[in-house]
Design a protein around this ligand. Sequence first.
Ligand SMILES: *[C@@H]1O[C@H](CO)[C@@H](O)[C@H](O)[C@H]1NC(C)=O
Ligand SMILES: *[C@@H]1O[C@H](CO)[C@@H](O)[C@H](O)[C@H]1NC(C)=O
Length: 402
Amino acid sequence: MLRFVVIFLSLALLHTAEAKDLRRVTEPKIPAACSSLVGSGKEETSVIQKALDSCGKGKAVRLASGTFISGPLTIPSGVGLWVDSGATLKASTNPKDYDTGKNTCGTLDSSGGGCKPLITIKDAKGSGIYGKGVIDGQGGQIMTGKGKTWWQLAAEPRPSNMNQNCPRLVQMVDSEDITLYLITLKNAPKFHIASSTTNGFTAWGINIITPSNAGNTDGIDPIDSQNVTIAHCHISTGDDNVAIKALKKPVRHVSIFNNVFGTGHGMSIGGGVNAGVSDVTVTSLTLDGTTNGLRIKSDKSRGGLVTGVSYTNVCMHNVKNPIRLDTHYTNDPGNLIPVYKDISFNNITVLTPGKFTLDGFSATDPVEVTFNNVRVKRGSTWVMSHAKVKGKYTEDATGTHC
Ligand SMILES: *[C@@H]1O[C@H](CO)[C@@H](O)[C@H](O)[C@H]1NC(C)=O
Ligand SMILES: *[C@@H]1O[C@H](CO)[C@@H](O)[C@H](O)[C@H]1NC(C)=O
């Protein structure tokens, strides 16, 4: 009997120990500069790209001061881009600069893939973006030759199969150990940061500042990636502050700690989770003014298993949907059932009344959650359907700010 208990306990501990980024992540450092540039306020894409291409591995091109205007840039393997305090890298407002060859960047079409990102990190190891300067996507500026802004394009009424072709700000693909440190990203035309199939990604101390009405401007999207840390960041934007998605590869071992979210659609997992999401820990998070708080969203067109997710020491204020586990996010057809289990909420305080949703897929596939010290404000509403809940919430949250 005792042996069983010991085995059970060690398995339980092992699981807890692995429910996070498996790397040993500490505060990053800015690499030494290989060259230093001063912005002229004019278009300087090729100047910056040349400096990046000739920079040695382990070093960074330093944008020292001034304003740089740039179209798409690629950061080579092992190289950093250091935007120092006082320097601003502004994204070109000309859709032609980003066009992938179909002449659709800056228009609506069914693919939505018509623009290159401003910054691409592909097949790279140990690359990064550093510094206290600003990268401004200029999403609210008029696009050259279009008479409207990227965000106005994103907000145009259209059939559901039409997407806006707008550049992402930073896109990682098939990379390893990528770092974003201290940098401020703002006004992205579309997502700010997407990591696709990247193993080892750290965002530490970064700021994302974009208006709440700028459509599709996700903050940080770890997609098909593993060993991810998001720490000490401030994120205010117009869509998900963070959205974890597993489309072709599973997402595992994600640590999200000491972050503050302002406007945005919350700390999300989904919509696509068909490749599976597990071992995610969210610790010490403040959400103030987001529409959703802790959210898992999917549906039968792109569902899968989401498990081993814990939320600990979270405070929310002015959040409409503080906890929202939804398996019917859209009515799109399919047979990929969203299954959410081993989802735990520990020491959660919600200071303003909101709507709480635990919506399991069916009696055979309920959502399974554990509540431990979950305190909500009196006057909140609960919608529970096919939900297995261990523990209880209490309606005794007090206080006026997190
Ligand atoms: C995650 O990090 C651990 C520890 O460094 C490493 O052993 C593992 O291979 C990494 N996983 C992936 C998918 O890169
Ligand atoms: C509970 O979470 C709050 C943040 O919401 C934190 O300040 C407090 O220290 C946590 N309590 C414990 C016992 O960890």
